[in-house]
Write a protein that binds this ligand. Structure first.
Ligand code: ASP
Length: 465
């Protein structure tokens, strides 16, 4: 007999169905046993009455919360006055005639009935597979999927090609520390996990793809921060033959139509999204991610803006050197190499951020395709041309075979979802997040590995603390 989802039972009145799921709760009224059965689609009430075969009735008496069961029974209307308007199946119930227990369950370490914000997060993360049974988190995963699906459809309709790029790759100067993966076959050599697909997506432009996107995992070994994750997901985009304004326009259309479709209750404060120069943002709002909402108390108010015209370089006082505001592949707003080298402070870049309610939710740039300018930028950052050519030989080689002008952007998925849902932090929109200090409490990682594995890799651990 085919299984039906509990929400489908409402269309099966008078018919015998087979439903499977978890016991959400059990109530006994006299000799009648009521079970709320939960599956991915919702909840339905099952009734077991004492006139059943004694074996089944006795089994029903044993049922406890979170046991996994199968019930076969007839769907009937609930008696008048017994309807429950709070659940979708509140007008009906299933009169259980057969019962099978797939597995029993220990008492859960916490309740999954409510939102769970009050439970210690360490505990929730340790038992994430139980925490995820919570309707709030199931809804978050569902909306996450809807958002990603929307992005995919939107871009595919506009002629973009989704391309997967490698996870085992090479260190990139994206501004954070790389996670390294030791090579067993080439001992002493390493792969790096991608901080972003930056170089690959640019090389795809050389390859003639012209319009690329990817739902990409980015991995950055940053120092622990409460609301950061070592890995995050971004919608990564790169396009050939485009202007900065065309990229911003595409992104704006994407978000406006996405919000309209998936979050119709939200109100976008202003379109076109205001374009604010970095200098103005700093002057007027004292921030490069200005919160331009008129009404900060209204949860449904969305104030998007683009911050543009960032300085190309930023001074790192601690190390007494220049760093790139975005990354070195960003195109400066001048072609004058001498000026770049002598007045780095003054140089603006074709760089832009998408900001929503005071949070940066995306950033990108038009890229330098003139290799002399790229070398000059790296020189300001303190890298000699020979070293740069050695570090990125593929770039220099590839760009000598006909490179189109190109640019792109990366849009953070988790931060956007956290603002829209709304959730207090990005962990609430990730199925298996790590703690603020980069641990996975469920899998217990990072963890030690076998001596044998280390030997194969030619690695010796020197403990520094
Ligand atoms: N790769 C950049 C980042 O991840 C985004 C971009 O420039 O497209 O921040």
């Amino acid at each position: 007999m085919k299984r039906v989802l509990v929400k489908e039972t409402t269309e099966q009145i008078g018919k015998v169905v087979r439903v499977c799921g978890w016991v959400n709760s059990r109530r006994d009224h006299g000799k009648i046993i009521f079970i709320d059965l939960r599956d991915r689609s919702g909840m339905v009430q099952i009734v077991f009455t004492p006139d059943l075969k004694s074996k089944i009735y006795e089994l029903a008496q044993k049922l406890r919360p979170e046991w996994v069961i199968e019930v076969i029974g007839e769907v009937g209307k609930r008696p008048k006055g017994m309807e429950n308007p709070k659940i979708e199946t509140g007008n009906i119930e299933v009169k259980g005639s057969q019962l099978k227990v797939f597995s029993q369950a220990k008492t859960l370490p916490f309740s999954i009935e409510n939102d769970g914000y009050e439970i210690k997060e360490e505990k929730r993360l340790k038992y994430r597979y139980l925490d995820l049974r919570r309707p709030r988190l199931q809804r978050n995963l569902e909306i996450r999927q809807k958002v990603i699906q929307f992005m995919r459809n939107f871009l595919q309709k506009k002629g973009f090609l989704e391309v997967e790029t490698p996870i085992l790759t090479k260190a990139t100067p994206e501004g954070a520390r790389d996670f390294l993966v030791p090579s067993r076959i080439y001992q002493g050599k390493f792969y790096a996990l991608p901080q972003s697909p930056q170089q690959y997506k640019q090389l795809l432009q050389v390859a003639g793809i012209e319009r690329y996107f990817q739902i990409a995992k980015c991995l950055r070994d940053e120092d622990p921060r409460a609301d950061r994750q070592a890995e995050h997901t971004q919608l990564d985009i790169e396009m050939s033959f485009v202007t900065q304004e065309e990229i911003l326009d595409l992104v704006e259309k994407l978000y406006v139509s996405l919000v309209k479709k998936i979050f119709p209750e939200k109100k976008i404060q202003k379109t076109p999204f205001p374009r604010i120069s970095w200098a103005e943002a700093i002057k007027k709002y004292k921030s490069d991610k200005p919160d331009v909402r008129r009404n900060k108390k209204d949860q449904n108010e969305l104030a998007f803006c683009f911050v543009i015209d960032f300085p190309m370089f930023e001074w790192h006082e601690k190390e007494k050197k220049w760093g790139a505001q975005h990354h070195p592949f960003t195109k400066p707003q001048t072609e004058d190499i001498k000026e770049i080298k002598t007045c780095p402070k003054k140089i603006l870049a074709f760089q832009y951020d998408l900001v929503l309610n005071g949070f940066e939710i995306g950033g990108g740039s038009i890229r330098t395709t003139n290799l002399d300018i790229l070398l000059a930028v790296f020189e300001v950052l303190g890298h000699k041309p020979e070293k740069v050519k050695k570090q990125f030989p593929h770039y220099f080689e590839a760009f000598s075979y006909g490179v189109p002008p190109h640019g792109g952007i990366a849009l953070g998925i988790e931060r956007f979802l956290a603002i829209l849902l709304p959730e207090p932090n990005i962990r609430e929109v990730i199925a298996f997040p790590k703690t603020g200090d980069n641990r996975d409490l469920m899998m217990n990682i990072p963890s030690e590995v076998d001596e044998k594995q280390l030997k194969e890799l030619g690695i010796k651990i020197i403990k520094s603390k």
